[in-house]
Design a protein around this ligand. Sequence first.
Ligand code: ZN
Length: 465
Amino acid sequence: MKSALITSVLVAVIALVIVSTQTQERQVSLVVIHGTVVTMDPAARVIADGAVAIDGAEIVAVDASAAIQREFRGATTIDATGQVVLPGLINTHTHAPMVLFRGLADDLALMEWLTKYIFPAEAKTVSPEFVRAGTRLAALEMIQSGTTTYTDMYYFEEEIAKETRAAGLRGVLGQTVIQFPVADAKTPADALVRAEAFLKAFKDDPLITPAVAPHAMYTLDGATLLAARSLAMRYGVPTLIHLAETQEEVKTAQERYQSTPVGYLDRLGFLGAGVLAAHGVWVSESEIAVLRQRAVGVSHNPESNMKLASGTAPVPAYLSAGVALGLGTDGAASNNDLDMFEAMRTASLLHKLQSGDPRAVGARTVLEMATIGGARALGMSDRLGSLETGKRADVIVVGMDSARQTPVYDPLSHLVYTTRGDDVRTTIVNGKVLMRDRKMLTLNEATVLSESRAWGDRIRALFAN
Ligand SMILES: [Zn+2]
């Protein structure tokens, strides 16, 4: 009798404890649970059975699954058992609509490639309809391969922004300013007017960071370069530019200005925080120090540099100088895809070979470049690039159970040396699930592919005779 009483009291106490802990659970929009969580946070935490709690657009907790389960209940729960949970990848340099020129012309010298194929194709096709279709295809490819933020330099950037927003991706999108007449501007002055209208229209967008993209030092005069830079500074937005990509560019800087590309831009007063320089292949040690001093971010594009035989960027020197270094694919016409996993692997292998040191640019280093490094290069590391409380919920879930990935000793090694974009299962941007278990939720995959093939037919016809 007495023991029965004790038992019933005990049951009541246990029930009370359960009820009280349940009522302490905080309701949140999304929980990703039971994955290997690679945080890329300052402590380099990797949580074996980890979870991420997301509420709205924000990460509210990153911890062991058991701790997250005690504290949070998700309106939606994604089980990531056997998978890796990672900050979304940040592509720091591309020209998204150029996916429609993918494979149009390969294996050519840079100038022949540009003047015989890319420029003529652009002159005949680039329009609001073209960039919208190209952006949808690029967005599909990026979501499917784990990119959550991309940096773009192209024309009709407001159309690119609308499609990017509709796809749910995050974009740092630069309206191009270039000296010669292009599809969306007859003069650089027109381009600057367009750029300012674009900045005004998208200034407060949660997904789109509008930017100004003066093309390069060799395609613009000094006055226009400075006008583009000061426009970006006036609005507090990034300035995107190609810099020191080829030896040809160095030669041009020497002939026109008796300087180097970096030396010339520095003399002009162009370099400073908020500038993101793509490529940075042909730079000296002292110029790397200048870029560091001026707080310029650099985007490394190993596949484009290799395919166009531009040269090898001095990545180990950038890293040891402390330059904010991100990774990019460049446009798909010179890559020929937007897969950031492939870009990571290529970067690592290239710099091992180039330096003769297999320890150079290891898995963690290159993963940093594709995540928090890219966020730093963009000046957005307070919001993006790692799984930390208070940051935007840009998260990917990557499958780790293919034959190619078996067995797993070190998830970081696998992410860089064996994983492909196709292994990404789920992509989340700003707390919204864009792809779940390979199923696209914001884009109609079949429609995007068929309209892209139709564009391919039109472009092929341009070169038929
Ligand atoms: Zn480029």
